[in-house]
Design a protein around this ligand. Structure first.
Ligand SMILES: [Zn+2]
Length: 264
């Protein structure tokens, strides 16, 4: 038997599994570093036990772990989803599996507004969503939102017929590198292209009425003003009929319509 002094340290392995709450219970087991004389059989045995512990999760545990990766979903809510699925008829589960399969192969991100969309055609060159691709939309107006849910909510109101741009985040006050938090380079590129192609005449800010929203608006306005003149493109903001801090994603038709009409 070959005996050799070995150092076993598995910090990277523990870091890898730390994201999983179930597996996190195993982390302390590997938070040690020990020097000992171990034979290869013992090492193999230890690794086998580890593999059994890690990979012997059942389907409900695995599903709970996956749901917990969703934004805003904690362990309790994740479990609730799993129990809901357990109770549901197999038809619902088949529909869900089918939709996920479709998403896996058809999910694309629009190169103009940055919205994720499903595209059943196998055209890999199609990187523009239906909204940006619709001829009848007013291409002279660009509305800036923080996230896709805001865009979806506005679309649902049916009160806006221009185009969109999704920033992908907001800038907190006193941030040193705001350009790393939002799609500002993509936005300026989009404005340049729109000016060349569509006679862009107005950019509407539809960001939250919060410190973050105001800081973001201020930052973007400053940058846009370096690209376009005041006389060429009007910068406007939704009227503050949207109560302070109200999430745009929950806005109703009447409120949004009024805020859009009274924009300034
Ligand atoms: Zn688009």
């Amino acid at each position: 038997m070959i005996e050799s002094p070995m150092i076993i340290s598995l910090p990277s392995l523990s870091r890898f599994f730390r994201s999983s709450s179930r597996l996190a219970m195993l982390v302390p087991l590997f938070q040690f570093r020990f020097t000992a004389s171990l034979n290869t059989n013992k090492i193999q045995e230890s690794l086998s036990i580890f593999a059994i512990l890690v990979f012997n999760m059942n389907a409900t545990d695995r599903l709970t772990e996956l749901f917990m990766r969703f934004p805003g979903i904690g362990p309790k809510q994740a479990k609730r989803f799993v129990y809901f699925l357990l109770r549901e008829h197999s038809h619902f589960k088949e529909q869900l599996i089918k939709a996920l399969e479709e998403l896996k192969f058809t999910g694309k991100q629009c190169s103009k507004c940055y919205r994720f969309f499903g595209d059943k055609s196998n055209d890999n060159k199609k990187l523009v969503c239906d909204i940006c691709d619709t001829e009848s939309r007013d291409k002279s107006i660009l509305l800036i939102v923080e996230k896709e849910l805001d865009m979806d909510a506005i679309e649902k109101t049916g009160s806006y017929n221009g185009l969109y741009f999704i920033l992908g985040g907001l800038v907190p006050p006193l941030t040193e590198k705001p350009s790393e938090l939002i799609r500002i380079r993509e936005l300026t590129a989009r404005i340049h292209t729109s000016l060349e192609e569509n006679n862009l005449t107005e950019i509407i800010f539809a960001l939250p009425v919060t410190d973050y929203g105001d800081t973001t608006t201020e930052y973007i306005e400053k940058i846009i003003r370096q690209i376009v003149g005041i006389e060429k493109v009007k910068l406007s903001h939704l009227a503050r009929g949207l109560s302070s801090g109200l999430e745009l994603e929950y806005v109703d038709r009447a409120t949004f319509k009024s805020a859009l009409e009274r924009r300034s």
